[in-house]
Design a binder for this molecule. Structure first.
Ligand SMILES: [Zn+2]
Length: 221
């Protein structure tokens, strides 16, 4: 091959490469993910287990119903796990940051030993002002907490600042952990295993997400 032919081929390959890169980024831009849904635990990590009910399964159920709900409302989302697999806490945060969501909601259920009567909903956030956000984690947590408590009729345990939890600390967006209710409370556990309760929780979370996104959109320059 002479020199000109080589140059011609190199140019064609470079142009083809540019075209592929352009097509990929175009597709990504179209499918911008707004919500990261994080079903807590999974795989060998069951979370807490009471009377054969494993926390990981309840978290995933609500997450799947929430995904359905967001789909219906045309809100784009990404799940950190879609089935019963183990995903590390830092991988969950990495997925959220890679997809660059606007809000991150981790779904968990609470439990406490030797306090069988403890019950209710609480939402955790990372207390920081260094994340320069249009909506803070604390504000997101308050919106989520209000929707859950008012729609589920659970006891309002409020929002709680927690600085030692990886998924809300390492995510670059408004983030919170919703503790739906207490698995260690037999009454509450009885409610939480029902599909109607799980769907109600998913609806409350979807309403909270839409409220949060509306605030973000109105503040967006
Ligand atoms: Zn948990």
């Amino acid at each position: 091959m002479d020199k000109h032919r080589i140059i011609l081929w190199v140019s064609i390959l470079l142009l083809a490469g540019l075209f592929v890169v352009d097509a990929l980024t175009g597709a990504d831009a179209e499918r911008k993910v707004r919500v990261i849904i994080d079903p807590g635990h999974g795989g060998q990590d069951s979370g807490s287990t009471y009377d054969g009910v494993e926390e990981k399964n309840l978290n995933l159920k609500i997450a799947q119903y929430l995904a359905e709900e967001l789909e219906k409302r045309g809100v784009s989302y990404k799940l950190t796990r879609e089935d019963d697999t183990f995903v590390s806490l830092s991988d969950r945060a990495n997925i959220a940051n890679q997809y660059d969501g606007d809000v991150f909601i981790s779904i968990h259920h609470n439990a406490i030993k030797n306090a069988a009567s403890a019950n209710g909903t609480e939402t955790l956030y990372f207390p920081s002002k260094d994340k320069m956000l249009l909506l803070s984690g604390e504000e997101l947590a308050q919106i989520v907490q209000n929707q859950l408590v008012s729609q589920l009729g659970t006891r309002d345990r409020g929002t709680v600042a927690r600085s030692n939890l990886a998924v809300i600390r390492k995510t670059n967006m408004a983030a919170c952990i919703a503790e739906i209710g207490y698995l260690s409370n037999s009454n509450e556990r009885g409610q939480m295993v029902s599909e109607s309760f799980q769907r109600a929780a998913a609806k409350a979370l979807a309403d909270a997400i839409q409220e949060a996104l509306t605030i973000i959109d109105t503040k967006e320059p």
